[in-house]
Design a protein. Structure first.
Length: 217
C-alpha cells in the first residue's frame, strides 16, 4: 500500500507515520523493542532535494523583511548615535568607526562598486543594534510578551492572545515600523524541512535516539 500524502501550501508532504505503522503491523513487538533501546535506536529517513524553489522563495522573503527592518531602525530620527556620527565632520568619522568597530561607511564607497549592496547591508546590520528607539521598542514588546495567564487557562488563554495581538499592533503603529523579521518567516518552510519525516517518527514512536534525514539528489 502506497503511503498517503497531505498538502501543505503547494507541497505534498509524505506521511512517514503511515509507513511506520505498516511496519509495526508486520513485526509485532518491534515498537516496544525500539523504545527499550533508548538512544541506541537510530532513525534514518533518506529524502530527495526537498523543494528548493520554495526554500529560495521563502528565504528571500525573510531576507527582504530583515533588510527592511534594519533600514528602518538605521534612520537618524530613530538612531541618535548614528545621527551624531552623520553630523560629525568627515575627518572625525573614520576615528568614530574605528573606536566602535563599525564597518566601512557605504557613503564613502564608489557608486560603481559591485559590492555596494553588501557594504550597505553590513552597515545597517551594525547600526540597527545601536538604535535607541529599537531598544525602547523591544523593551515595550518584552513587557507585552511577559504577560501570562492567571486563573483558568482554558478560559483565559484566548483573551490573553487577543490582548497581546492588539498590544503588538498598537506598539508597531506607534513606531510605524515594518513587519518584524521573526513574523516574516513562512510556516510552509516547516513542512519542507528534510528532517521532518525522521522527527515525526521519533515523536510518534517515542524513540529517543538520533533522528537523521540524509539528503541526496
Amino acid at each position: 500500500m502506497a503511503p498517503t500524502t497531505r498538502r501543505a501550501g503547494t507541497q505534498q508532504v509524505k506521511q512517514p507515520d503511515v509507513i511506520y505503522d505498516q511496519s509495526l503491523d508486520q513485526n509485532p513487538g518491534v515498537e516496544e523493542l525500539l523504545q527499550s533501546l533508548k538512544t541506541q535506536a537510530h532513525i534514518y529517513v533518506a529524502t530527495g532535494l526537498s523543494d528548493f524553489p520554495l526554500h529560495y522563495e521563502k528565504a528571500m522573503q525573510y531576507y527582504k523583511a530583515q533588510q527592511c527592518w534594519n533600514r528602518f531602525w538605521c534612520r537618524e530620527e530613530v538612531n541618535s548615535e548614528l545621527a551624531t556620527y552623520r553630523a560629525a565632520p568627515a575627518s572625525a568619522r573614520q576615528r568614530i568607526r574605528e573606536e566602535i568597530g563599525a564597518p566601512p561607511d557605504p557613503a564613502d564607497s564608489d557608486p560603481t562598486d559591485e559590492n555596494n549592496e553588501l557594504i550597505t547591508e553590513r552597515w545597517h546590520a551594525f547600526w540597527v543594534n545601536r538604535s535607541d528607539a529599537l531598544r525602547q521598542y523591544l523593551e515595550a514588546l518584552k513587557k507585552i510578551e511577559a504577560e501570562s495567564v492567571t486563573g483558568d487557562i482554558e478560559k483565559e488563554k484566548v483573551h490573553l492572545m487577543r490582548r497581546k495581538s492588539a498590544a503588538r499592533r498598537k506598539l508597531n503603529a506607534s513606531y510605524g515600523c515594518p513587519t518584524e523579521p521573526w513574523n516574516a518567516v513562512d510556516p510552509m518552510l516547516l513542512w519542507n524541512l528534510p528532517n521532518i519525516p525522521a522527527a515525526q517518527i521519533s515523536m510518534l514512536a517515542r524513540i529517543t535516539g538520533p533522528a537523521v534525514a540524509p539528503v541526496a539528489a
